[in-house]
Design a protein around this ligand. Structure first.
Ligand code: COA
Length: 373
């Protein structure tokens, strides 16, 4: 069996950022309008009024301060409350493929790799914009890569599942270099009129180049082990699919958008992930203290604090478990890859770390890595 490594990563960040203050002001204006239009029913007690969202709550409950989005004006317009991303003709590259290509170009450049050196493309993401042809094949064509390409979706865990899939192709010899991309336009699936979750997500694209060790550039990351887990739950769900119907007001039918039982997710996923990490550490003959850094899924700062404490045996410092949640919010599968991309330059040969994601399914993935010279 061959050894798979991570040669490089890439990141593309949308140009528009929305602060909590801006998001809450637009939600509150929407809620006030909603209440005004239902004045009589609210006064008679027939329906409950919408209550205001709060910047303080969002930051305390999640650690999120702002998020990047593909379209700011639509999201912030109280009459729209959704991104307005113009549809493109079939002849033009689709928006998901375009942002994936942006991230992929950086990963290829960092590894000194030409498209013709790559054998396969995997688009691993939660928020697919269409059924087919696969976004991955569009990315493959746009970059001029040969071989094969396909999409896969394991919600927030898509990137770690994508890394293991890519690594398995390399280990088995069916590919020498695999480009795995995570374009996440989460704003297209978020209900900006749902006070409980309107603040959660942001948009981004990441890329990871997984390659055979002898082919990879110097300074790559050995993959010490990968592990995946799924366990069915309805607590995070998005019914977007072929039964989709846009609501008349154009926001999108609420049950075809993201929704969750946040408290249950918190309670059930933290122990599941901590146990999984500790069992995988054991299997690899490692301990939490052997890890210089955890690049955890970026869904909630409190969740990450608990998980890292269970793994390291103490509350992690910002250096041990960096967050990108404050500026990016939850970017689904891309979150742990953004953290890895932005917070790994200081690693020296022999330093070990963990890329870990978790989310809907439930699903979780662990990828232990070691920096080489
Ligand atoms: N502004 C102000 N108050 C709000 C609010 C908002 N935007 N949203 C909810 N609240 C209120 C609730 O109504 C509730 O009030 P009550 O106590 O009077 O009923 C209170 O704040 C607590 O709400 P709750 O939903 O229990 O908050 P929480 O502490 O669980 O935090 C999440 C909410 C979503 C941030 C948190 O549960 C979470 O991150 N869960 C895991 C999410 C996750 O990982 N999901 C995976 C997605 S891929």
């Amino acid at each position: 069996m061959k050894n798979a490594v991570i040669s490089s990563t890439g990141l593309w960040t949308p140009p528009h950022s929305i602060s909590n203050e801006e998001l809450v002001a637009s939600y509150n204006a929407w809620a006030d309008n909603w209440n005004r239009e239902r004045d009589a029913d609210i006064a008679s007690g027939l329906i409950e009024p919408k209550t205001h969202s709060s910047v303080e709550f969002i930051e305390k409950a999640s650690g999120i301060k702002s998020r990047y989005v593909m379209n700011k004006t639509g999201v912030l317009d109280p009459d729209i409350m959704a991104p307005r991303i113009p549809e493109r003709p079939n002849e033009q590259i689709s928006v998901m493929a375009e942002i994936a290509v942006n991230a992929a170009r950086e990963a290829l450049e960092r590894a000194g790799r030409k498209p013709e050196d790559v054998d396969a493309v995997i688009c691993a993401a939660s928020n697919m914009q269409r059924a087919y042809p696969a976004m991955a094949i569009e990315v493959q064509q746009a970059l001029g890569i040969g071989g094969f390409a396909f999409d896969m979706n394991v919600a927030c865990s898509s990137a770690t599942f994508g890394i293991q899939t890519a690594a398995d192709f390399v280990r088995s010899g069916s590919a020498r270099s695999v480009l795995m991309v995570n374009p996440e336009i989460c704003s297209g699936h978020l209900n900006f009129t749902d006070r409980d979750s309107h603040f959660i997500f942001g948009d981004v694209a990441t890329a990871v180049l997984v390659e055979e060790e002898s082919f990879a550039p110097a300074g790559h990351w050995k993959i010490l082990g990968t592990k995946l887990k799924t366990e069915f739950s309805n607590n995070i769900r998005n019914n977007f699919g072929f039964l989709n119907r846009a609501a008349p007001e154009g926001i999108g039918a609420p049950d075809k958008l993201f929704k969750q039982e946040g408290r249950k997710v918190f309670k059930e996923v933290v122990p599941m992930v901590a146990t999984m990490i500790n069992e995988h550490l054991d299997e690899l003959g490692l301990q939490g203290t052997d890890l210089r850094r955890l690049w955890l899924h970026q869904a909630n700062a409190n969740m990450n604090r608990l998980i890292s404490t269970k793994v390291l045996g103490h509350e992690a410092s910002a250096d041990e478990s960096p967050t990108v949640l404050d500026t990016y919010a939850n970017t689904s599968s891309a979150g742990s890859i953004i953290a890895f991309h932005k917070h790994s330059e200081d690693f020296v040969s022999g330093d070990k770390g963990l890329i870990c994601s978790f989310g809907a399914g439930y699903s979780a993935g662990t990828v232990f890595v070691e920096k080489t010279a």
